[in-house]
Design a protein around this ligand. Structure first.
Ligand code: ADP
Length: 734
């Protein structure tokens, strides 16, 4: 059997597989179905020509002719579907002329084979079929040319040009075998080219992008050149040996394989580079530029510089008319404009709360393109049944398109760091083009953005470290300043007390006897207050030092209650204790815990005193001190925290104030310092616990201190404490 018929069989199998892979991917798209139909026709044509050669049977010859006749209309129809962008529109025209001429030729061929009225020379028999097939296939190229001629954009025109050249070259070479006279000269190249061309068309279909044709065409050229180059090596070695020397043939095949293995990679790289440089200069340049930029970014730590370099580089590439960098703000709620090239985007920020799908999509796919969204939209609309409820995904697609519009972009590339965390995004647009960026280019941009994201994240960490150092330095200075204030305060108070008359100052025999000067009292009072503020400030600013020991929390609460009792009785307030017995110990500094409890208790008493009960004789206000284990959300799990609750019946805390309770110097009292609660929070956080606040304004407030129960061994307790420490653990809750 000839190598030609064998190659036809192999081509039939591969082409059928390509067609099948397309139809399996999506049988609902019109262009997919048309492509699969074309592949099956070509595969059946290849198969019947193999069977015709194998069994030398007229029926197979006739069947081969039928399939060959079907190829041109199938090709024309496929290109019409492929080039008509709108999947929702009406189906493209059927190639009526090709079908009519083809049917006439089919009937003539059948009549000739069945009745054999006259004997025709082979070339006369082949000629009309050859003319029909070539004209049919070239008219498919004409279809592309028609789109080409109405395309205005230069770049898009160039892309269409590649498609025309590819189709022309493949069809010319692929069907040479149909003509027996040329058959001898090019035995198998036609089949190989047909396979390569159909394969790349199928890849183009999968990517849905006309733009990628250019890229794919380049790959096709490389692959075809490689196939010829490798067959040349085999061919030369086989011819050199001759067909009858079996041993030598084996040896030479080995040598050829070896040579091919060595040369494959460099040859591929060389060809690819050459093709990229010559055919796709713009793209080659962009890639080189992006790679250069990636190397440059590796040595940068300055965020504004990263943003500027990104934008400059994209501007210099002349592949964008609009480019902007957007960075996620600290709360992760908004994307803020960090810099732009070209016209300024319409809004300086994108609210992610309203455009949640943008962040989700960027995290999941790495980029979003406007054309991709439009295609997705059109496909969903075309798929949805007539009376079906609207697809919710359509709303998401609209939102995404809206976000791109706000950013003046047609493509948005995510800046992701490891773990999929979004740092920001790069938004691009070339208003001169539709689908301005090929998939491969978007992949390159994504790599670049990943690197930029890493630099930006490192830069933020670095900035935070610098800020922390600065704050630490300011803290030290402030503590020094507080000391400086305290000394003269002592002197002022002493002097004022000396001036007070003896009646109000019995310890001082030298005190004047005239009426007390009320201004002197004000001085002493204010000095006391200042002294308290400065002492508390020093407490807050000083590095935390504690002396933890195993403690029974109930004992600390009882001692605190004793200290509060006097003031409670004075204010006609009932002090209730509800202490759960047998609570596990906590590992804590007893002195500091007492300071916290005292502060919470005094705050409650003061709050209740400020809103006296309605004049009845029985005490209407009540402060409840309660200890118990923290109930777990899930039943059966052992409780890890001991809680101490201070529940008062005072005026409660308004919502606006509740947010600020733990901010230093926030106070609503005339003589308050606003440092009590921040100090309490700091102490409790250092114990691995947290403070929760609940309040129903007008009906009292509840402060709950949570402390981790002591685990077996002190070391373990400390570890737990360290792990739990964090800003979130002490956030007040409503
Ligand atoms: P200060 O007591 O010096 O004002 P704190 O930090 O201890 O400072 O308290 C801050 C503010 O929290 C108080 O001024 C008060 O408005 C509010 N607050 C604290 N505890 C209560 C409570 N039990 N009821 C109502 N308001 C409270």
């Amino acid at each position: 059997m000839s190598i030609h018929s064998l190659s036809a069989l192999l081509a039939a199998i591969v082409i059928a597989a390509i067609g099948l892979s397309v139809i399996l991917r999506d049988s609902r798209r019109r262009s997919f179905r048309a492509f699969a139909f074309l592949s099956f026709v070509v595969a059946l044509w290849e198969l019947s020509s193999f069977l015709g050669a194998a069994f030398i049977n007229r029926v197979f010859d006739l069947v081969t002719i039928y399939f060959a006749i079907a190829i041109p209309p199938a090709t024309i129809y496929f290109f019409r579907c492929f080039l008509s962008e709108d999947p929702t529109g009406p189906p493209p025209r059927r190639p009526a002329l090709a079908i009519t001429v083809g049917s006439a030729l089919g009937i003539a061929a059948t009549w000739y084979v069945v009745f054999k009225p006259i004997h025709l020379p082979v070339f006369l028999w082949d000629l009309p079929f050859g003319i029909y097939i070539y004209l049919g296939l070239y008219s498919a190229c004409l279809e592309i040319y028609r789109v080409y001629s109405v395309t205005i954009s230069r770049v898009e025109k160039q892309r269409m040009g590649y498609l025309i050249v590819g189709t022309l070259a493949t069809t010319t070479l692929a069907f040479t075998q149909f003509l027996p006279t040329v058959n001898v000269a090019l035995p198998t190249t036609g089949n190989v080219l047909t396979i390569i061309f159909l394969y790349f068309l199928s890849q183009t279909l999968f990517r849905f992008r006309l733009l990628d044709l250019q890229e794919l065409f380049g790959k096709m050229v490389v692959l075809a050149a490689l196939v010829f180059f490798l067959s040349l090596i085999y061919g030369v070695l086989v011819i050199w040996v001759g067909a009858d020397q079996q041993g030598m043939f084996f040896f030479n095949t080995l040598v050829a394989s070896f040579v091919i293995l060595i040369l494959y990679e460099p040859a591929r790289a060389f060809l690819e580079n050459g093709v990229n440089r010559r055919l796709f200069r713009e793209k080659h340049e962009l890639r080189q530029r992006l790679e250069g930029l990636r190397r440059e970014l590796a040595q940068t730590i300055d965020a504004p510089r990263v943003v500027q370099r990104l934008l400059d580089s994209l501007g210099e590439s002349r592949r964008v008319t609009h480019a902007s960098v957007w960075l996620l703000d600290r709360d992760g709620a908004r994307l803020e404009l960090a810099g732009h090239f070209g016209p300024r985007p319409s809004a300086p920020r994108v609210d992610l709360a309203a455009l949640r799908p943008l962040a989700d999509r960027l995290r999941a796919t790495g980029y979003v393109t406007l054309e991709g969204l439009q295609r997705d939209h059109a496909t969903r609309v075309s798929r949805s049944a007539h009376n079906a409820p609207p697809d919710p995904e359509l709303e998401v697609l609209d939102l995404l398109a809206q976000a791109l519009d706000t950013m003046s972009a047609s493509a948005c590339v995510a800046m992701l760091v490891e773990g999929g965390e979004l740092v920001g995004c790069l938004a691009l647009r070339d208003e001169r083009l539709r689908e301005a960026y090929a998939t491969e280019e978007l992949d390159h941009l994504r790599l670049l953005c990943t690197q930029a994201a890493l630099v930006l994240q490192n830069s933020e960490l670095y900035e935070r470290m610098k800020e922390r150092d600065r704050l630490a330095a300011i803290g030290e200075m402030a503590a020094g300043l507080a000391h400086e204030i305290r000394n003269p305060l002592g002197a002022i108070k002493g002097a004022a007390q000396l001036l007070l008359p003896s009646a109000s100052n019995p310890g001082n025999p030298d005190a004047p006897t005239e009426a007390p000067n009320e201004f002197l009292n004000v001085i002493v009072e204010e000095v006391n207050r200042l002294n308290k503020v400065v002492s508390q400030f020093l407490d807050y600013a000083r590095p935390y030092r504690g002396d933890p020991a195993s403690l029974d929390i109930n004992q600390v609460v009882r001692k605190t209650a004793q200290l509060l009792e006097g003031q409670a009785t004075e204010g006609n307030i009932t002090l209730d204790l509800q202490l759960e017995e047998g609570l596990p110990h906590v590992n804590a500094d007893g002195e500091q815990l007492r300071q916290v409890f005292l502060n919470l208790g005094l705050n409650a008493l003061q709050a209740m005193a400020s809103a006296p009960a309605n004049g009845s004789a029985t005490p209407a206000h009540r402060l409840l001190l309660q200890t118990r284990m923290r109930r777990r959300a899930r039943r059966g799990e052992p409780a890890q925290f001991v809680e101490v609750r201070f529940h008062d019946s005072g005026p409660g805390i308004p919502d606006a104030a509740r947010k600020n309770l733990f901010i230093p110097f926030f106070t609503t009292k005339d003589k308050g310092t606003g440092l009590g609660l921040p100090i309490c929070q700091r102490i409790i956080q250092h114990h691995g616990g947290s403070i929760e606040v609940k309040s129903d304004p007008g009906h009292g407030a509840t402060f709950t201190v949570l402390l981790p129960r002591e685990t077996d061994g002190e070391g373990a307790a400390t570890t737990t404490a360290k792990l739990v420490v964090g800003p979130r653990s002490a956030r007040p809750e409503s």
